[in-house]
Design a protein around this ligand. Structure first.
Ligand SMILES: C[S@@+](CC[C@H](N)C(=O)[O-])C[C@H]1O[C@@H](n2cnc3c(N)ncnc32)[C@H](O)[C@@H]1O
Length: 267
């Protein structure tokens, strides 16, 4: 299993180089502006209002994984959180996150680590943990992942997951609506890992010969069960036709659920 995570670390370090090239210095110059946020899509207002309702002013928030910290920094500022911690396995992502924190003058802390190995020193420190698109697919065992989320949260702390719907992952392994070939759909029930041979540049769209990485399809029921069994009361589960992954799924918005929100409260 160590191999899975170390491979993914390498693949994400490589991907970040492409993301940085595509973005130029837009995030660096953005974070110089005190009003800057990366929650600038229409659908972000909906999630921001739900998160705001948890009452997080002066509280401690976290994001697992946080990539380059742009969402966590935007949230910290928007919510008026006192402290924010982001964790991610990618060296390049965490280096960039620290740079954005410095530019923005926000006191968020970023740590490079496999989520499954986050230190016990963070136990029960958090009022809120945010989990956003493209986060869960990297963890073969969701109970292990949500056990960490639960361990870090205070009793009464909240989670909000705004994620790509499992059905949208049908479009990640070559299935297209133009030439529908059911063989190309990853099984909804399969537990085997999948890869991204052409890379992870969802920012610039460059295809490259990528280092091998491993991602996993998770059924909606497995996600919900993992949340419930990790000690959360389910507050909300809603499915949307909002496409988040920049794939062919965008052509199926009137047919399929493409994203979802789950929120929960730690018992
Ligand atoms: C698509 S991003 C999701 C984060 C956020 N939604 C975003 O778009 O910035 C996926 C992130 O998961 C991280 N990641 C993958 N496996 C991980 C692991 N085992 N522990 C910590 N981070 C991991 C990658 O490094 C990458 O930054």
């Amino acid at each position: 299993m160590e191999n899975v995570f170390e491979n993914n670390r390498t693949a994400w370090n490589e991907a970040l180089g492409y993301h940085q090239k595509a973005r130029g210095d837009s995030l660096q110059s953005g974070f110089e502006n005190p009003d800057f946020t990366t929650f600038d899509r229409d659908c972000d207002q909906m999630q921001l209002h739900k998160i705001e309702a948890f009452g997080l002013r002066d509280k401690t928030i976290g994001q697992l994984p946080c990539n380059n910290g742009r969402e966590l920094l935007s949230l910290m500022r928007y919510l008026g959180a006192r402290a924010a911690y982001g964790f991610d396995i990618s060296d390049t992502a965490i280096d960039e996150a620290k740079q954005f924190a410095e530019i923005s003058g926000l006191s968020a802390i970023f740590e490079r680590i496999n989520i499954l190995e986050i230190s016990d020193k963070y136990n029960e420190m958090f009022d809120f943990i945010y989990i956003s698109e493209g986060s869960l697919q990297w963890f073969p065992d969701l109970s292990a992942y949500f056990a960490v989320v639960s361990r870090l949260l205070k009793t009464g702390g909240h989670i909000l997951i705004y994620e790509i719907h499992p059905f949208a992952y049908f479009f990640e392994t070559g299935y297209t609506l133009g030439e529908p070939d059911i063989e190309k759909i990853p099984s909804y029930f399969d537990r085997e890992p999948h890869s991204y041979p052409h890379g992870l540049d969802y920012v610039g769209g460059t295809e490259y010969e990528a280092s091998e990485c491993f991602w996993y399809m998770h059924k909606m029921s497995d996600i919900i069960n993992a949340v419930l069994k990790s000690g959360f009361d389910l507050l909300e589960f809603e499915e949307y036709n909002i496409e988040m992954a920049n794939t062919e799924a965008a052509k199926a918005t009137d047919k399929l659920p493409l994203s979802y929100i789950i929120s929960g409260k730690k018992r």
